[in-house]
Write a protein that binds this ligand. Structure first.
Ligand code: NAD
Length: 392
């Protein structure tokens, strides 16, 4: 079976789906790997490193799609809503596509992908189980984003993070407040702590408290309880507007007292809740920084603009999107490891196990034989339930 790696085409995207170190793992498992010329260059992996490890470089994108049985991408059409559509005519029945597909994004786009006949797997839907941990690309990218968010805040804040006692006096440590203590939030807490900041964090899932504390953060408890805060998959759930209004009111003080606020609160398939209002921003000290990791999903701060830095009341609100792409070397390395684990799990004895009842496979399987076969997606978009085999 041939795995193909096209160059990422989303504007500014520097990651690549496979890096040279995973090629031997794949060839040992019986795969051949073809890579579009300069696909890894933006992430620090020149073509020669791929050929050294046994991959073949092909000159063009269409060549990669034409030769590959399995195409792996970081941002497939779906999550690449700018240039991704150009790949549609290159996809074909019998071919497999794996990557970020934004399965709860646009039904029209998913339908368009389905109609090509391609068998697609959305890595966003990897179950949160111990067995699937090595394949969990969302967690990998969350880790990278949480780390980078702190660095962005650090270079923007007109203060340093650590406490210093010097001959020129004592400098008090920066106060960093993290809202949403999932994978990205926890990494942000750990990174900000390493830089010497005093860190506090809040999440509506009570289970997050212990994790925050184990990283040396102070957990901010609010006298408000979310209804079924966590779903069966471990994700935070959507709450009603009165809950969010109460949250905003209770968070005001903690936000105003912080030099840096990093927000990561998202709910799968939903617009991110607004937890910081313009008025709350006004209460922050001049020079403060908000890094809104939910920017792409509408933002946790009312003033956030996706892809921009907004300055209001001398507070900088960073709405950077696709942040993982700003750490392309390690983001690609982690993603490639996730994909290699998934590929060797998915293909056994040279055959794709797309019909499998296995949880990892049927949860991630999005389209097959011209149809959207994923039960979660069908339910989300109110499509009738599929009765055919594999419609789990
Ligand atoms: P996420 O990216 O979906 O959301 C980020 C955080 O925002 C979550 O912790 C969520 O609870 C929080 N949030 C949502 N709405 C909020 C609100 N209104 N107020 C405050 N917080 C809000 O989350 P994630 O990073 O995917 O992690 C979710 C959980 O899954 C975490 O507990 C994580 O440790 C766990 N997880 C487990 C595994 C595994 O077991 N293999 C893998 C990855 C993540």
């Amino acid at each position: 079976m041939i795995i193909g790696v096209p160059k990422e085409s989303y504007p500014g995207e520097r990651r690549v789906a496979l890096v040279p170190i995973v090629i031997p793992i794949l060839t040992k498992a019986g795969f051949e790997v073809v890579v579009e010329a300069s696909a890894g260059a933006g992430a620090g992996y020149p073509d020669a490193l791929y050929t050294d490890k046994g991959a073949k470089i092909l000159p063009g994108r269409a060549d990669v799609f034409a030769q590959a049985d399995i195409v792996v991408q970081v941002l497939c059409y779906g999550s690449n809503d700018v240039t991704g559509e150009a790949d549609v005519p290159l996809m074909r029945r019998g071919q497999t596509l794996i990557g970020f597909l934004r399965p709860l994004g646009s039904i029209e786009v998913i339908q368009q992908i389905a109609q090509t006949g391609v068998t697609s797997f959305a890595v966003e839907f990897m179950p949160r189980t111990t067995r699937a941990q090595s394949m969990d690309a969302l967690s990998s990218m969350g880790t990278i984003c949480g780390y980078k968010a702190v660095l962005l805040a650090g270079v923007t804040l007109p203060k340093i993070f650590p406490m210093l006692t010097t001959a020129a006096g004592t400098i008090t440590p920066a106060r960093v407040f993290v809202i949403g203590a999932g994978v990205a939030g926890l990494q942000a807490i750990a990174t900000a702590r390493r830089l010497g900041a005093v860190v506090s964090a809040y999440d509506m899932r009570p289970a997050a408290k212990e994790q925050v504390q184990s990283l040396g953060g102070r957990f901010v408890e609010l006298p408000i309880e979310a209804k079924d805060a966590q779903d069966a998959r471990g994700y935070g759930t959507a709450q009603d507007e009165s809950f969010y209004a109460k949250q905003r009111e209770l968070l005001s003080r903690a936000v105003a007292d912080s030099d840096v606020v990093i927000t990561t609160a998202v709910v799968p398939g939903k617009k991110a809740p607004v937890l910081i209002t313009a008025d709350m921003v006004k209460q922050m000290a001049p020079g403060s920084v908000i890094v809104d990791l939910a920017a792409e999903r509408g933002g946790n701060c009312e003033l956030t603009q996706a892809g921009k830095i907004v300055v209001e009341h001398d507070v900088r609100i960073i709405g950077e999107i696709n942040l993982a792409s700003k750490v392309p070397y390690h983001a690609s390395q982690m993603y490639a490891r996730n994909l290699a684990a998934f590929l060797t799990y998915l293909v056994k004895d040279g055959k794709l196990r797309a019909n499998s009842d296995d949880e990892i496979i049927h949860e991630t399987l999005l389209t097959r034989d011209g149809e959207i076969v994923n039960a979660r997606v069908r339910q989300f978009f109110s499509l009738p339930e599929l009765v055919a085999q594999g419609a789990k």
